[in-house]
Design a binder for this molecule. Sequence first.
Ligand SMILES: *[C@@H]1O[C@H](CO)[C@@H](O)[C@H](O)[C@H]1NC(C)=O
Ligand SMILES: *[C@@H]1O[C@H](CO)[C@@H](O)[C@H](O)[C@H]1NC(C)=O
Ligand SMILES: *[C@@H]1O[C@H](CO)[C@@H](O)[C@H](O)[C@H]1NC(C)=O
Ligand SMILES: *[C@@H]1O[C@H](CO)[C@@H](O)[C@H](O)[C@H]1NC(C)=O
Ligand SMILES: *[C@@H]1O[C@H](CO)[C@@H](O)[C@H](O)[C@H]1NC(C)=O
Ligand SMILES: *[C@@H]1O[C@H](CO)[C@@H](O)[C@H](O)[C@H]1NC(C)=O
Ligand SMILES: *[C@@H]1O[C@H](CO)[C@@H](O)[C@H](O)[C@H]1NC(C)=O
Ligand SMILES: *[C@@H]1O[C@H](CO)[C@@H](O)[C@H](O)[C@H]1NC(C)=O
Ligand SMILES: *[C@@H]1O[C@H](CO)[C@@H](O)[C@H](O)[C@H]1NC(C)=O
Ligand SMILES: *[C@@H]1O[C@H](CO)[C@@H](O)[C@H](O)[C@H]1NC(C)=O
Length: 443
Amino acid sequence: MHTLLLLFSFSTLLCPFFNLIPFVEARRTKTSFTIDLIHHDSPLSPFYDSSLTSSDIYKKAALRSIARYALNKNNNKSSESVVFSIAGIGEYFTKVYIGTPPIERIVLADTGSDLTWVQCSPCVDESSCFPQDSPLFDPNNSFTYTPISCTSQNCTLLAQYPHTCGNSNVCEYLYSYGDTSYTVGELALDSISFDSTGDVTFPSSIFGCGHNNSVTTFNSTKKATGLVGLGAGPLSLVSQLGDQIGHKFSYCLVPLGSNYTSKFKFGDDAIISGNGAMSTPLVTNSSAPNNYNLNLEGISVGNNTIQNNQNSSNIIIDSGTTLTYIDASVFNDIVTMVMKSSSIEAVKDPPNPFRFCGSFKGSVSSVEVPDFVFHFQGADVALPRENMYTFVDENLVCLLLLPNTELNGVSIFGNLAQVNFQVEYDLQGNKVSFAPANCTKSN
Ligand SMILES: *[C@@H]1O[C@H](CO)[C@@H](O)[C@H](O)[C@H]1NC(C)=O
Ligand SMILES: *[C@@H]1O[C@H](CO)[C@@H](O)[C@H](O)[C@H]1NC(C)=O
Ligand SMILES: *[C@@H]1O[C@H](CO)[C@@H](O)[C@H](O)[C@H]1NC(C)=O
Ligand SMILES: *[C@@H]1O[C@H](CO)[C@@H](O)[C@H](O)[C@H]1NC(C)=O
Ligand SMILES: *[C@@H]1O[C@H](CO)[C@@H](O)[C@H](O)[C@H]1NC(C)=O
Ligand SMILES: *[C@@H]1O[C@H](CO)[C@@H](O)[C@H](O)[C@H]1NC(C)=O
Ligand SMILES: *[C@@H]1O[C@H](CO)[C@@H](O)[C@H](O)[C@H]1NC(C)=O
Ligand SMILES: *[C@@H]1O[C@H](CO)[C@@H](O)[C@H](O)[C@H]1NC(C)=O
Ligand SMILES: *[C@@H]1O[C@H](CO)[C@@H](O)[C@H](O)[C@H]1NC(C)=O
Ligand SMILES: *[C@@H]1O[C@H](CO)[C@@H](O)[C@H](O)[C@H]1NC(C)=O
């Protein structure tokens, strides 16, 4: 991969570990640029664990996405203090550069939340920042860092999150996620770039300078330093960039475990067209304002179609959730259909987190299972088999689909279902488009 050479020439001497992470530099045309997404378990990831088997990777990824909903499910946080955020801490990492001079940061790229933030010095005390190898972002070292006043319009963009007037009237926030992660700090403006050369720089971007942060999954690696919010809320970077990116972005996710990066495109390059492109409306849902919501009218399994209950057509499309979650009754019908038209036998206690697995005799290639079509309003998305089934252990095949009772009734179209599709979000046209693709090839 020639891109590796490119990277090494740009990497910083300050933090040697960055050298190990082959992020490609963002490329820019007039209104377009592309960044790399690295999956948590990719060999390219700072979190990579080479001892995991492919089926371990699926299980762990699925368990992470359930863990981040634990708070919503088990705790009675009053609705005024915690907005329902499906996100928590997602699955993909990227690099951003913050401040002047720009400081490189490895951050989670999350389409399920909107605040971009990094850990900032000083931490309120020793235990209130998660460990990171690189020095904390020091606002004093950035010439362009400007705290946002609590009387500023921009502070009110925190709408559903607790925010107060701190010292010198700065806008102080508390932003929390479904998995008990949080960041507390001040809202500020500074330059955010997507490449070290400054070709793709957005001066005066709103971000959170976090002085008290907790992200369970960041504890062990010391690489991640924060998050870039790409969700639907007003603070989201895609909302802030708005006209500059034509209100459009897209991604193309490579299969789990691939050693290629997934591409995330902003602006005109994000537009997909041609054979097989289908669009469905983005719908608003006030209980999930930071999320991208679609209408799922039904699901076909082989030759049979199961209609979604009219009142439960809403489903969040998310890149940070691993599995897909649907209505429990639809799930049960699907299991029946799968059983009817396949050669597998349901097992009694499917391995966590799966809820349906079938055993089979013989080789993997001899297993017959029905294909899935997701019928979004206006878009019938036919999924490749590997987007809905995974082989676990020696003789089990499991559905990458769970009843949404696992997530307190929230339905989510997760990232494994979206692998090898170009998925375009048009936030002005209010639609999401899908086109089948080989995301490895389009690298
Ligand atoms: C949550 O609140 C509901 C209604 O107020 C109550 O019935 C339930 O027991 C509470 N659950 C927990 C875990 O506190
Ligand atoms: C940044 O500067 C302010 C004001 O000069 C000072 O109070 C603060 O301690 C400095 N922060 C750091 C991390 O050095
Ligand atoms: C950090 O924020 C959390 C969440 O709001 C809070 O419980 C904790 O007390 C804060 N820690 C410090 C040292 O202020
Ligand atoms: C993360 O690390 C901090 C400090 O090392 C520790 O206090 C905290 O309990 C850890 N959290 C988890 C979930 O491991
Ligand atoms: C509010 O934030 C935007 C960036 O989203 C910035 O361009 C603008 O200058 C900010 N306004 C104020 C008053 O700080
Ligand atoms: C990716 O993996 C394939 C097969 O496992 C290997 O042939 C290739 O060299 C790897 N590429 C990189 C960039 O590591
Ligand atoms: C689906 O319908 C077609 C055409 O009617 C038929 O040939 C095929 O066997 C059916 N498939 C299943 C799995 O029932
Ligand atoms: C579905 O929505 C209709 C109209 O809003 C309402 O009358 C009906 O009770 C709802 N049904 C369920 C099962 O929630
Ligand atoms: C809005 O989202 C919530 C949470 O995802 C869901 O329970 C509800 O059914 C959705 N509302 C509509 C109208 O679809
Ligand atoms: C995608 O393209 C790559 C590289 O050409 C190839 O190895 C892979 O098998 C293709 N994947 C699919 C699903 O066609």
